[in-house]
Design a protein around this ligand. Structure first.
Ligand code: SF4
Length: 211
């Protein structure tokens, strides 16, 4: 399928696709993305509301009591790692970067809890830098649609999507595919009957050929 056609169909399905994490500053956004590992944005929004009402500044988070942070973020899981990441992050941003998160991808990748996906999400959302972050949803739907192969690594998928879509469409494509995976192309039971992409979907064709 032509990439523009795919984008149009995604847009028809999800005209308001976009970032669902709530934040009030680049720092609070980066923390939210780090906290979003293996949980939902909705769950993160609940804990960040509490977290940032108690720790309003980078400085206060840098000096936070780790047990208190763990208690606040307990509902989203991985509280040991996540609490360590955000306290260390606050300290590094405060002491090394004078309170300003670096804009350079290489430096971002050195920050605690920040991998390629997180850096892409951050740069795209805060600075509109073209990027396609491949999370579990984008990875799954890309493979089902046939935009990538089952055996492809996350990096392979990212490279294939960047080649397939025009650079100016990368952010839009990311959000559209993410919403598709989050709300329709569910891991266990994709809702193919109501999916506008089914006539071009490899997974759908395979299932119907086998029936
Ligand atoms: S047709 Fe089904 S498998 Fe294909 S993208 Fe739509 S929901 Fe996912």
């Amino acid at each position: 399928m032509d990439c523009k056609e795919l984008l149009n169909l995604l847009y028809q399905m999800y005209p308001n696709a976009g970032c669902e994490l709530e934040y009030f500053s680049p720092f609070s956004f980066l923390c939210a993305v780090i906290l979003s590992a293996q949980t939902t944005d909705k769950a993160v929004n609940k804990v960040t509301k509490e977290l940032f009402s108690r720790y309003k500044t980078i400085d206060s988070l840098a000096n936070a009591n780790r047990n208190e942070i763990m208690q606040i973020i307990a509902p989203i899981g991985l509280m040991k790692n996540k609490s360590e990441y955000i306290i260390k992050l606050a300290n590094i941003v405060k002491n090394k970067y004078n309170g300003i998160i670096p804009t350079n991808r290489e430096e971002l990748l050195q920050l605690p809890g920040v991998g390629r996906k997180t850096a892409n999400v951050y740069l795209a959302q805060i600075y509109n830098v073209p990027a396609i972050a491949v999370d579990t949803h984008v990875n799954r739907v890309s493979k089902r649609l046939g935009l990538a192969l089952e055996e492809d690594s996350v990096l392979d998928v990212e490279n294939k999507l960047m080649e397939y879509f025009a650079k100016d469409d990368w952010i839009r494509a990311h959000h559209g595919l993410l919403f598709l995976g989050r709300y329709k192309c569910l891991a266990k039971k994709p809702e193919c009957q109501t999916c506008l992409l089914k006539k071009n979907c490899k997974y759908w064709k395979e299932i119907n050929e086998n029936e």
